[in-house]
Every structure is written in C-alpha cells, then in structure tokens.
Ligand binder design. Sequence first.
Ligand code: HAM
Length: 424
Amino acid sequence: MPPPSAPKGTHDLLPDASAAWRWLHGVHAEVTELHGYRLVDTPMFEHTELFERGVGTGTDVVDKEMYTFTDRGGRSLTLRPEGTVGVLRAVLEHRLTEEVRPLRAHYAGPMFRADRPQKGRYRQFHQVGVEAIGERAPALDVEVVEMGRRFLDALGITGVGLQLNTLGDLDDRLRYREALLGYYRPLVDRLCDDCRRRLEINPLRVLDCKRDQGLSVEAPLITDSLSEASTAYFAAVQEGLVAARVPFSLNPRLVRGLDYYAHTAFEYWHSSLQGAQNSLGGGGRYDGLAEALGFPATPGIGYAFGVERLLLIAGEQGTAPAAEPACDAVVCSIDPAQAPAAAEVARLLRAAGVRTVLDASDRKIDRKLRTANRLGARVCVIVGEEEAREGAATVKDLGRRTEERHAAERVVDAVHGALRGNAA
Ligand code: HAM
C-alpha cells in the first residue's frame, strides 16, 4: 500500500507558509475591528436543512458540492460550504439583534465544497468574512463593500476590480423570473442538462452557468424588472461608494452562486485568477434569508474572501511576509553530560523573551550548528564541558561569526546584544 497522502482538493499549511497565513488573518481582524466588528466562530457542521433552505436547492453548492453525512443519532449533517447561514443562525438563535442592530461580526475558518479541484479551487478552503445583521440601509452596504476594499488595500493587493449589481427584492425577482422564463423557454433544447432541469426551479441559475454563457448574452437584465424603491436603493449605494472613493463597475449579469441574495451583490475580481476562479471574494445583502431559515425577518449583508486565493495573489505580488525563522537562538550542549546545564540556559533565555530551541541531542556540534542555521537562528549558545564546569556559556553570533564566553548571569544580556547587533 502506498504511504498516505492528503485527500484530493485539500492542502496542508506548513511552517514556512504560516507567517503569511497569520498575517492575512491578523490584517482581516484588524481592519474589521477598526469598524466595530467582533469575532464569532460557529460549528464546521450544521443541520443539512440549514444549507438547503438557506443556500438553496437548485444551486450547485447544495445539489452537487455538499459533504453530507448521517451521524450516529440518524441526523443529517453537512460540513459548511460557506459561513453566512451559520453566522446568521447563531446571531438569531442567541437573539443578539434584540440588543444591538446591526450586529457586526467577523469570522474565519475552513469551508467545504466537493468541487473539481484546480488552481485556486479546493474542496477544503478557507474564508475570512463579515456579516452585519439587523439593518437595511444603503450606508451599511457601503460600509461592508468599502471595508472589503480596505482589507485588500491593507494586504497591498493591487489590480482588483469591484463588480456591482443589484438583485432587487422578492417582487422584483418574481418579475425577473417571468422575464427570464419567457426568454429561455424557447431555447430550452439548447440548454445544458443542468440548466434544463433548473430552469423552472430558478432561472437565475441559468444566467450563472458557464456552459450556457453564449445563450445568456441576450437575456433580459434585472435592471428592467426593478421597482422604483429598489432602483432608488441601488442608486443610494452607488452614491455612497462614489463618496467613499471606492471604484466599481456595474455588472447586470452578476447573480452570485448562492440563492439568498437580494438587492446589493458584489464580487472582487482579479485578472490573474483564471476564468470561474477569478473571484477573490464576494458578498451581498440577504434580506429574505432569516425568514427562509424559519426566523423572524431580519435583513443582513456581508462578504467572504477566499484565503488561498488572496495568498496566491499576495505571493505573486510580493506583499505577503516571507517565512519566519523558527527561533532567535539555539542552545547546544557538546555532549549529553552538559544537557542539564544547556537546558537551564534555554530556560533563562525563554524567560527573557528570546525564542529559543534547545538542542541537547547527542549529535556532533557541527551538525547542531548547521541545524541552527537552517532554523534561522542568529545566535548559538554552546555549553561544553569547560563551560558547564565554570557555570558559563559560549555565545556565538552566527551572523558576524564571532564568539565570546560569558558567565551564566551575563548570557541573556550577551544574547540580547548579539540579536540587536544582527538586527541593526
Ligand atoms: P462565495 O462567492 O461562494 O460567497 O465565496 C466567497 C469566496 O470564497 C470566493 O470569492 C472565493 O475566493 C472563495 N471560494 C469559494 N469556493 C472556493 C473553492 N472551492 N476553493 C477556494 N476558494 C473558494 C460566500 O461564500 C458567501 N457566504 C459570501 C457572503 C457573506 N455573502 C454574504 N455574506
């Protein structure tokens, strides 16, 4: 049997990539907390019904991509394919909007979709996102879209285009549905199998189909089905974005892949991501979602970004931090007899805040020095027989290639000095 490997479409976060990973999550928390958003964390699995009712049967995500299983109690559970319905469920289950409206939350974590893996598309991927729940006001839409933009700016990512559309309210969509049915029905024989099946359930999904893109060029636009109130709402959002100096392109074909959207919908596109994977992030308003889940009507809006896609671009553009060294100092004994003395020196250094690796193995000292270099240490503290006898240690500055012996009580200062010298 071959040795085990990670399941298809998943990836491991390895130590050299961890600085960039942490940086991205830190920047997202910082930017969103600057706007009054606080962290929430919801389960990675929920009742299957939540996604069926929320994301919508008829979407690819629900029909084809969910990881669903039956637990030992016979309940159907699903690994979350996205974060919005779980966060909304949590906020409303705990009645948080009864005290504060809108409730502003940010989140981060793995999502699961059984899609065909390729560059930028995984089966387990990660999102950072926000939800602002309990208020319907164009200014809140602007806040969320602008915050996403600010997040991209804080990452230093350039070349992102913001695509903006509105999906109107329920009545607008019913009108639009009729207009789309009128357009597609005569073409039904030319639609792909999926779309033929979806047409009567939700013709908006046909607009989103990559295979039938050619047939959709002439399809009616949502803008022609909007009520006056919806048109005014969308105009107010656009005005707000102009005032916030957030550039956008109107895209009346943008329908998003999840069913819960109403009014504002948007995506951040990057040209270096290919085809269907060109979206770095997306979001929108979901005013009917709470009711669809069985809660009292509660409006909301949010976005989510794909962490892997952001890191791909940040890596290409050189804005992500490089791998961080594992430690500042390595403490080595020359042979096992000095292991206790070396361990004591390591304890002193750690207590003084120096990131320290202890190498008290019985390997030769030149091997230990090589490992210290590989770990990225700038200082190696060596405790040999003489040093142990004298209560001292040799501090070797790996950058300057100098070394000095110090009494134990001076070692911490000497290491700090060498680290400062190296940093200068
Ligand atoms: P979404 O557009 O389905 O929206 O996903 C958001 C982002 O997650 C995408 O733009 C992409 O960067 C990333 N993503 C999605 N699928 C994959 C995948 N298979 N592999 C890698 N990255 C992926 C949502 O999930 C909504 N919950 C966003 C939202 C929040 N709407 C309102 N609030």
